[in-house]
Write a protein that binds this ligand. Sequence first.
Ligand code: AHG
Ligand code: MN
Ligand code: MN
Length: 334
Amino acid sequence: MRRITLTQYLVEQQRERAAICADLRLLVTLVARAVQAISVAVGKGALAGVLGDMGRENVQGEAQKKLDVIANEILLEANEWGGHLAAMASEEMAAPHSIPHRYPKGEYLLVFDPLDGSSNIDVNIAVGTIFSVLRCPEGVADPGEEAFLQAGRTQVCAGYAVYGAATLLVLTLGSGVHGFTLDRESGQFYLTHPDMSIPADTREYAINASNARFWEPPVRRYIDELNAGSAGPRGLNFNMRWVGSMVADVHRIMTRGGIFLYPRDTKDIAKPGKLRLLYEANPMALIVEQAGGAASDGRMRILDIEPDGLHQRVAVIIGSRNEVERVVSYHLVA
Ligand code: AHG
Ligand code: MN
Ligand code: MN
């Protein structure tokens, strides 16, 4: 069977469907090249001396891994010169990265989590990259943080890469979600998962249960009901899976359904949730919604949240639609 490559898919989107312009095609192509380079670095592991800590913290106060910094550099370098971007922002940088003056500027903003789940990297568990594409507001020549503070529903493209047994790039350009697998020998991405869709119902959930004592009552009620199994109010047994890399957990849900929760908790009052809105929650919410799932912070649709900071954190409840809606309904009666 002859598979279509990512390049062919993008050309088709541009030429036959007029779904994307040349700049967006270039953007996705360059992100895919960066993903391939990150995949090589992740795959070499200890042989390339890329494991372990940097010995410093990022703007979030989290210990940076060497691969967090390497992946960030790879994405910046891949996307600086193409003329398609006005600026970039990342989990690993306090402020947006301007396009160097020697290069032309374009109309898009790229924001990313260069390496998601990086606490898993030294134990050889799947990690990922998450990215989101926004339009630069009109008339803004040198975009700062403000330019990135757009609700997730305005994203023109979102995607993630998962560096697991295979490297996959999963992408939405706003009409459906498609998954591409990297052929490590040829360096090509091939369309292997067309039209990904999430079943509305599931019996599988993912949550860091060690935070249970900090959860709010609606989430506690929901998880208690799942754990009560067939003898409880749901009358069904549920299974738990938790990788600890959001990308890998969401990819499982994209593949066979499920619900992932990183809810608001009282562990640290300064953090209303652990995951970051602009480069974790928003791109994943767009992808999951495009695949027929749902994404909420418990109170509102993730994609409708008006951001107030580049590194803002939110609660995330995402995945199979009927389960997400149930958790939201528990918040309404609380
Ligand atoms: P990152 O590695 O980009 O900082 O993100 C880690 C996130 C996410 O991948 C995962 O779901 C979550 O943190 C796990 O956090 P805890 O182990 O603290 O529950
Ligand atoms: Mn992350
Ligand atoms: Mn990260």
